[in-house]
Ligand binder design. Structure first.
Ligand code: DQA
Length: 148
């Protein structure tokens, strides 16, 4: 069974209390539980969060090496981490799907959020639908896996 890696970047462990007017009241654990419920027996979900860039990069290398599809919320690293972007490129280059997700719509927010250095190395981007962004990404990965 293919393992799907859900990787969350910095400050996402604070969801629930962090700017609920933007990110909603669900915690990251709530989002994880809803994804597990949706996936049920259809696949294996490996859900992770780190505030540390090096750790996130090592998880992306792991995804490339183990051919594990990735749902990635790079959080603030989205906007400036070329190292994270290069790691995403390594995943894509390995033929492994990687979807960038955001809870909020960064384009409707401060101008520094309008740039994603990650998007060019992703299969696609889903943003602005709250936790549903993750579900939409999961749904697409399931479609890709069914086609294999
Ligand atoms: C975010 C958007 C980013 O701009 C921000 O830095 C985050 C969360 C989102 O999910 O909406 O931490 O990635």
């Amino acid at each position: 069974m293919t393992r799907i890696l859900v990787i969350n970047g910095p400050n996402l462990g604070r969801l629930g209390s962090r700017e609920p007017e933007i990110y909603g009241s669900q915690t990251l654990a709530d989002i994880e539980a809803s994804l597990r419920e949706r996936l049920a027996d259809a696949g294996e979900l490996d859900f992770r969060q780190s505030d540390d860039e090096a750790t996130l990069i090592s998880w992306l290398h792991e995804a490339a090496d183990t051919a594990s599809p990735v749902i990635l919320n790079p959080a603030a690293f989205t906007h400036y981490s070329y190292a994270l972007r290069d790691a995403c490129h390594i995943v894509s280059e390995a033929g492994v799907p990687l979807i960038e997700v955001h809870l909020s719509n960064p384009h409707a927010r401060e101008s520094f959020r309008h740039t994603s250095v990650v998007s060019g190395a992703a299969l696609g981007v889903i943003a602005g639908f709250g936790a549903e962004s993750y579900h939409l990404a999961l749904s697409h990965i399931q479609t890709l896996l069914e086609r294999q």
